[in-house]
Design a binder for this molecule. Structure first.
Ligand SMILES: [Ca+2]
Length: 245
């Protein structure tokens, strides 16, 4: 009887595993946008635009960065530094109000060519803030058509950062903005852009019909819609950044 019971348990486990595998393969999830893999020196290529916000800081204020800097491997506000606003393949840098400059939020924008439920996931981490006590860190934001779905402050020393995973819905033409604000939680008081170079990546995955967000969350164990601390350090070897920023 004991052996028969064990067999039933193994058989039941096998059935559950096969069902799970079948359900997983049926998802056929497809990545429709990748900020790092699709980064380019052409504004609008693959739906990605590189810009900034200045003034009233709404999505309608988005302006494209005017110049691609080969030496910085990034779109920049100016080839001369400061100002420091720039967007690269992996990192971004805003301008703070220190030194009398206007505040500029760096923005990486994806204009959707798909419609439906999506998962947006990526990493947000300080690039070179470790140990720097004269920086206040940053705040990373994600907006979909001007509506906030993430506002994540990071301390200046937080090179571990977060891995974010969010579910939302987009339409064809939706504007998804990945924004870097120089204002952070500390430890240095006051808003500055010192040492504000920040890793900020994004992948957008379309959830095909008839799979629903709820179904996907069940299938993945409720992964969507959370932000967690990363367990491993992120490699920065391919990044360049302004020294001291
Ligand atoms: Ca800052």
């Amino acid at each position: 009887m004991k052996q028969r019971a064990q067999f039933r348990i193994v058989a039941a486990a096998a059935t559950i595993l096969m069902t799970a595998c079948a359900a997983s393969s049926a998802l056929a999830i497809g990545i429709v946008a990748d900020s790092a893999a699709e980064f380019s020196a052409v504004q609008g290529q693959n739906g990605w635009y590189y810009g900034y916000l200045e003034g009233s800081f709404t999505a309608n204020d988005f302006l494209q960065l005017p110049t691609y800097s080969v030496s910085d491997s990034a779109w920049v506000y100016s080839l001369a530094h400061p100002p420091w606003t720039q967007v690269g393949a992996l990192y971004m840098h805003p301008d703070g109000p220190n030194n009398g400059r206007p505040i500029r939020w760096a923005v990486r924008r994806w204009v959707s060519d798909v419609a439906g439920p999506v998962i947006i996931a990526g990493d947000l981490a300080m690039r070179n803030g470790g140990g720097n006590q004269d920086s206040d860190g940053i705040t990373g934001k994600i907006w979909v058509d001007g509506i906030s779905i993430l506002s994540q402050p990071l301390y200046a020393w937080d090179q571990t950062g977060v891995h974010y995973l969010l579910n939302t819905t987009v339409s064809v033409g939706s504007k998804v903005d990945f924004i870097l604000d120089s204002n952070g939680p500390g430890p240095y008081p006051g808003q500055t852009d010192y040492y504000d170079t920040t890793l900020f990546t994004a992948q957008v995955t379309l959830i095909p019909e008839p799979v629903t967000i709820a179904g996907l969350m069940l299938g993945l164990g409720g992964l969507a819609g959370y932000v967690r601390k990363r367990r491993t350090q992120i490699g920065f070897s391919s990044m360049t950044q302004p020294l001291g920023h």
